[in-house]
Write a protein that binds this ligand. Structure first.
Ligand code: HAM
Length: 426
């Protein structure tokens, strides 16, 4: 919500993730971590700021990300630094710098965190957004493509998100792509009038980018453009066929989309994107591909790699449509009435938490009605009620918030008694 007239509010395209939404983030992060460990991926954390050149050399000088969207600044020594617009370049830098390949020829890494792109903010598009980023180094074959793509689809499956389309394409390799670029360049030569000014430039510098343009005139021109699938070399085609075989064998439906070029220059061969119809124009929830030349290009050994990134805000938006996830709701709320009861409640609260049982209490000893209301708001499953009468009789009241049934629980050994309620089979 934007408060008019506030002296300080978050800057355009940057937003807070408020507690009511955080449960979805935790659900997404926990599901991803669990799944990634099943697939043998390990977490890596890289800085959010790097030398600008790392990004321009990897993502590509001609891309929108590098030419228009980076948050760059000069440090006190006059060096140009940039907030990371994506994670792949930083992970590759770390892979090279820390010689991660020496420990294991196949390195599987994932990371999560904020990225920064100075794009025009709109629904599903922010200037600070978060990605889950997954990279697999050291294998060039189609099985690792299939494994990684299956992992990306499985993530959405475990989250309960099913209505998604997997688009795949191949962009060829340094041996065959120049031929396709030339074909495309020739195709676009006499269509300059129908293209937007950006695409007129792209037609000269990087004609594949024209496939990415959203301007209707450019889209129409590209409908009849030559297909990369007819230009790639035999090796690339075999790789791509094999990937499709493994996806089919694993019952992963996909759409072959020869127009899928992606907005970053480092890709070779396989590219893919997972799309939804539920978020309007910003329909990509994840995207990635192979980048066999990047490690060497940045000064490392000649190691192939493939990866993808998931847009966390977009996934959270989809999760919101499914209703609240299994949040970590408090199990017990202790409604204490009067100072003495509060003292006992405070002790029980601390001890129950040490037992791993989520517990909250009211700090101010309000009326029972107010405390029950608070317990309800917090989603407590059980409320322990204790006042002067209970202290005298030696028994407190335990109320089940769903059924509204009540039972008595002895004050003596209270923590043990409550433990039995949570773990009856122990
Ligand atoms: P990307 O396609 O630029 O790829 O971004 C991946 C995902 O991040 C997108 O599909 C989208 O869900 C999300 N995303 C991108 N920009 C925004 C934005 N402005 N606001 C909200 N969400 C956004 C990459 O970044 C590559 N590094 C992926 C990769 C990893 N390729 C190989 N390894």
């Amino acid at each position: 919500m934007i408060e008019e007239g506030l002296e300080f509010s978050a800057i355009k395209g940057f937003r807070d993730v408020l507690p009511k939404e955080v449960g979805y983030w935790q659900f997404l992060e926990a599901s991803a971590r669990h799944l990634f460990s099943l697939f043998g991926f390990h977490e890596i954390k890289t800085p959010i700021i790097e030398k600008t050149e790392l990004f321009s050399r990897s993502i590509g000088q001609e891309t929108d990300i590098v030419s228009k969207e980076m948050y760059s600044l000069k440090d006190s020594k006059g060096r140009s630094l940039s907030l990371r617009p994506e994670a792949t370049a930083t992970v590759v830098r770390s892979y090279i710098q820390n010689r991660l390949y020496e420990k294991n020829p196949v390195q599987k890494l994932f990371s999560m965190g904020p990225m920064f792109r100075h794009e025009r903010p709109q629904k599903g598009r922010l200037r600070q957004f978060h990605q889950i980023n997954v990279e697999l180094f050291g294998d060039a074959g189609p099985i690792s493509d299939a494994d990684l793509i299956i992992l990306s689809m499985e993530l959405f499956h475990v989250l309960g998100l099913e209505n998604l389309t997997l688009n795949i394409n191949t962009l060829g390799c340094p041996a065959c792509r120049p031929h396709f670029k030339e074909l495309l360049h020739r195709y676009l030569e006499d269509k300059a009038e129908a293209l937007c000014s950006d695409c007129r430039r792209r037609a000269e510098t990087n004609p594949l980018r024209v496939f990415d343009c959203k301007v209707p005139g450019c889209k129409e021109v590209m409908l009849d453009a030559p297909s990369i699938l007819e230009s790639v070399c035999e090796h690339c085609l075999r790789h791509f066929d094999s990937l499709q075989y493994y996806l089919k064998e694993s019952n992963i439906p996909f759409v072959l989309n020869p127009h899928l070029v992606r907005g970053l220059d480092y890709y070779t061969r396989t590219t893919f994107e997972i799309q939804t119809t539920e978020l309007g124009a910003q329909n990509a929830v994840a995207g990635g591909g192979r980048y066999d030349g990047l490690v060497e290009q940045l000064g490392g050994p000649s190691h192939p790699a493939i990866g993808f990134a998931v847009g966390m805000e977009r996934v959270v938006a989809l999760l919101g449509g499914l209703g609240p996830p299994n949040l970590d709701t408090p199990v017990f709320f202790i409604a204490a009435l009067g100072e003495k009861a509060q003292e006992r409640a405070f002790g029980w609260t601390q001890e129950l938490r040490k037992e791993g049982i989520s517990t909250q209490m009211d700090y101010t000893s309000r009326s029972l009605k107010a405390q029950l209301k608070q317990a309800d708001r917090l989603g407590a499953t059980q409320v322990l009620i204790v006042g002067e009468n209970e202290l005298e009789s030696g028994k407190a009241i335990l109320r089940d918030m769903a059924s509204r049934e009540q039972e008595e629980v002895a004050l003596e050994n209270m923590v043990e008694n409550l433990r039995k309620v949570v773990f009856p089979d122990e």
